[in-house]
Design a protein around this ligand. Sequence first.
Ligand SMILES: [Mn+2]
Length: 372
Amino acid sequence: MSHIQRLEKFLSFFSPDDRVLVVINADPDAIGSAMAVKRLLWRRVSEVKITYFNEIRRPDNLTLLRVLNIEIIPIKEINEKDFHKFVVVDSQPDHHECFAMFRYNAIIDHHPISCDCAEFNDIRPEYGACSTMMTEYIKAAEIKPSKILATALLMGIKTDTGDFLRHTAMEDVRAFQFLYRYANQSLVARIENAEFREKDVDFIAKAIRRKKIINHRVYAYTGKIENPDQCVITADFFMKINTANWSIVSGIYNKNLIIIIRNDGLRKSAGNTVKQAFEFIGSAGGHRTMARVEIKLEDLERELTREKQDSTSIKEKADIKETAMIKENSNLKSKKDADLESKKESNLESFEALIPDWIIEKIEMHAGTKTE
Ligand SMILES: [Mn+2]
């Protein structure tokens, strides 16, 4: 089927009185694709609204919505009865329970086919981005895309193909070339630069002050954290250091020690390394370049206390013997009791103080030393 035939078939499902709802899991590819649907149906239906159900947290995605002035409506503000036709782009209805709330007239997607249950299904898994498919519709309709639409579609292609470093089809490159003429490069740069919120930068500053670099691995233990995402952002940030092969950023969240690991993927797998190092005490896993560990604080305290006792028991025995020899008087018992009390009190604090070195020791033991 040619692009024009496909376009005509898609448009044939809509009539002038229709109010249309486009449902997305909002990311740049889905947002650009939904805007293209809106443009294709402009003046052909009475209304098109875009709704989403996910929480949009990434600063770049929030910036995309803001600088391109895109209106998308949270799903809880949508009344199904206000709409006659339903479209899903960049997903299929079985991808999330929120999609399953509606019955769709059209599905346009580039993920593997799992649910082609609409009247109109256009699913092309060989494409790197749904925005590429939508660009073909826009071209077939002989629409000159606005600066806003072209920038949104271009961002969709850039994001989903990872700037053409991930799965990319020749069609993605062609769509990019077409959109490039209409998109605004300053807006693209503005969106892509928006990696951090102000408080992320403050957190990174704290991590920079605490960082240690050993064998080209950047370590930072950040203490109590508000959100594990802060460790993720910081671990990605440390990988920008030119000599860093790994970054390992950790913190305490909800009575768990969270460790986020990134590496360059050229040597040992981060996922395998954390399994070897931490699986005995918590959940640990991931891929070649990214991994995550979660350890219950109570389990960690038990382990660290045990390790500490193992290593100090020999020294302690010697200390006690020495003390006993010097102070062979009645004061001895009370002194020993006081020592024990203060030792108990300092245990909680000293336990946290042991965490950074414990992480370094475990990773260094398993990550290998070929770091050049
Ligand atoms: Mn996509």
